[in-house]
Design a protein around this ligand. Structure first.
Ligand SMILES: [Cu+2]
Length: 147
């Protein structure tokens, strides 16, 4: 009985911390980049390596940016030589797991771009986690092959 009470208290304490600090450090993001949209198209892809550095499962449920109308999480699938993109609802990472968003695989689709993104620009992306925290990601715009 005593053990249960202690566990209950720990859960309350950790959720209070989670609410008071809305900046997340659940994941470490490296090599974040956005492909320069070809010929001024208002749509492009964003790529990065995400590692869950926490000891809990974390889930990215949404990505946003002040300069992007809509961001979707996509998985590229190869189907009989045809490449298709499927929208997925979230990215779930186990503790210590790394996922790589890259051309031809998992990626973020940036749609309705407000600005003309050019190689050398910086685009801020905001990762939204299922626990309500958010994490900002600085990504650099580069030229890249179209996927
Ligand atoms: Cu896509």
């Amino acid at each position: 009985m005593r053990g249960f009470k202690i566990v209950g208290l720990l859960i309350i304490v950790s959720s209070v911390f989670g609410c008071s600090d809305m900046t997340s450090s659940l994941v470490q993001v490296r090599n974040a980049w956005v492909r320069e949209p070809p010929g001024g198209h208002p749509i492009t892809g964003a790529y990065m390596e995400i590692t869950n550095t926490s000891n809990a499962i974390c889930e990215i449920i949404q990505v946003s940016s002040s300069k992007v109308g809509r961001v979707e999480i996509h998985q590229t699938e190869h189907d009989n030589g045809t490449m298709r993109m499927r929208k997925i609802d979230s990215l779930k990472l186990r503790p210590g797991e790394q996922i790589i968003l890259q051309p031809g695989g998992l990626h973020l689709m940036l749609m309705d771009l407000a600005d003309d993104l050019k190689a050398g620009d910086i685009l801020m992306l905001l990762l939204h986690f299922s626990d309500g925290t958010k994490q900002q990601v600085e990504s650099s715009v580069r030229k890249g092959t179209y996927e």
